[in-house]
Design a protein around this ligand. Structure first.
Ligand SMILES: [Fe+2]
Length: 470
């Protein structure tokens, strides 16, 4: 059974059937969990009172999907494991990509009212969904500003700020949109236009209005979760007090380093006094009792060695107040030609960047008109969201398992592309342009380094062996 369907008329994607490679991967994942539990197929069959031959078929991906699901349920009731973590998501993509057409987006439209200066609730935003996949943490919306203002006063009583939200936000602006935000009780307003973008740190209040009753004014608000979203279930489980023990003072880096030292001391079952004695015994003149001390790189290396961690584990990046909310004006960004000046495919303008979120990459991409052949030339380790904000269609090609697929992104169409799926935009028309935002998945740099150090990579994703030689 092939999981690969065709795009139906109107862009709606056909429902996938469970594919053989998927069942094989699910089977291997189950075997890896049994290995972790130090169970063999024999011992597991006996403990769970499950047919041994069927467990073999499940592990090889040769059993029906329903039987595999029942087995996962059985395993997770018998052994202390989370069935959700053991269950692979086949997902909602076709050949690594998911589209949402402008017509589908329009169908999802809903208008939200907010109070105006007279205290009346009147239409403020029209929201429309754009491409979203269960395989990524994007929740991007097309949002039209329905409240018209005639100034850039951040205290304008017609502007309704929200309370901020848990998701990070990268916003791309189209038309005369005012962007409002409040940081530490101070309100700001910035006049934005097509090609501008921003980044908003979770929970800072913000709002958007239009400066024109005639011109179209909308934003693509790309909200997304990061590592914290992935850890959210743990935070809920621990509750407020215990969860807050994870915090360090990132807005005061000297204090943040002290917080990190406490954090690692605690995990190593040491106190500052015990560490001080150890350092003194070793002949190091470093004061770890005084919480106002700052340490040189060399001293941090000694502290890290004493705690069996890396010096970088005690490192806190400089605090950048201008990265609470980042404003990126398109006019300030000359961009560059990709892949080179002599035969460019794209003029790429990087959007708002926040160094705290180093893998979040927004781009405004202008497609250089040409009749060049299909050849997916863009690819990254990140999950990518694409929105065609221009007036002309863009030809979109991508490579999946050594085959090339093609489709058209019409104005207002959006798409989600999985990591390492190479893709390409083409157009013979002038002014073909898309906005993209890329975000990391669970394989952040820490996980990347841990994985790369394993003695085998193949066995990570295709476990087919018992962990011992019988
Ligand atoms: Fe928002």
């Amino acid at each position: 059974v092939r999981a690969h369907g065709k795009q139906k008329e109107g862009g709606e994607q056909m429902k996938q059937t469970i594919s053989k490679p998927f069942l094989k991967a699910q089977g291997a994942r189950i075997l890896s969990e049994l290995n972790d539990l130090k169970r063999t197929v024999d011992s597991c069959a006996e403990e769970l009172d499950w047919d041994k031959a069927e467990i073999q078929r499940i592990i090889l991906g040769e059993a029906p999907a329903e039987r595999t699901q029942s087995f996962i349920k059985r395993i997770s009731t018998f052994y202390p494991i989370d069935s959700a973590e053991l269950t692979l998501l086949e997902g909602d993509c076709m050949q690594g990509v998911k589209f949402m057409r402008v017509a589908q987006s329009r169908e999802s439209a809903r208008v939200f009212d907010r109070g105006n200066k007279h205290g009346e609730k009147t239409p403020y935003y029209e929201y429309r969904d754009t491409a979203m996949s269960c395989l990524s943490a994007f929740r991007p919306e097309w949002i039209k500003e329905l409240r018209i203002v005639n100034d850039n006063n951040p205290e304008n009583p017609d502007v309704a700020y929200n309370n901020g939200h848990f998701m990070h936000q990268v916003t791309f602006f189209v038309g005369p949109v005012n962007f409002y935000y409040e940081v530490n009780g101070v309100k700001h307003c910035v006049e934005m236009m097509t090609g501008d973008s921003n980044y908003i740190t979770p929970f800072w209040p913000h709002s958007f209005t239009s400066r024109s009753a005639q011109d179209e004014a909308y934003i693509i608000a790309v909200t997304f979760g990061g590592d914290v979203k992935r850890a959210l279930n743990e935070l809920y489980r621990y509750g407020r007090e215990r969860s807050s023990s994870f915090l360090i003072n990132g807005r005061n880096p000297a204090q943040g380093v002290q917080d990190l030292l406490d954090f690692h001391l605690r995990n190593e079952l040491l106190t500052r006094e015990l560490l001080q004695q150890k350092l003194t015994r070793q002949g190091h003149a470093i004061d770890v009792i005084d919480r106002s001390a700052t340490w040189s790189l060399e001293q941090l290396e000694i502290l890290a060695t004493a705690l069996n961690i890396e010096a970088s584990d005690l490192n806190v990046s400089p605090y950048r107040p201008d990265e609470e909310v980042v404003i990126q004006k398109g006019a300030d960004e000359p961009g560059y030609l990709f892949p080179n000046m002599s035969a460019p495919h794209y003029h790429i303008y990087p959007g708002a960047r926040c160094r705290r979120m180093p893998q979040v990459k927004a781009f405004n991409i202008h497609v250089v008109p040409s009749d060049r052949p299909t050849d997916p030339d863009l690819s990254s380790a990140l999950h990518t969201y694409i929105y065609n904000y221009g007036q002309v269609p863009v030809q979109f090609a991508w490579r999946f398992e050594n085959r090339i697929y093609e489709d058209t992104l019409h104005p207002g169409d959006s798409a989600y592309v999985q990591p390492f799926i190479a893709y390409q935009f083409r157009s013979d028309a002038e002014q073909a342009c898309v906005f993209t935002v890329a975000i990391p998945g669970a394989l952040h740099p820490g996980a990347q380094k841990e994985l790369s150090a394993f003695a085998s990579f193949d066995r990570v994703i295709e476990e087919s062996e018992c962990w011992f030689n019988a």
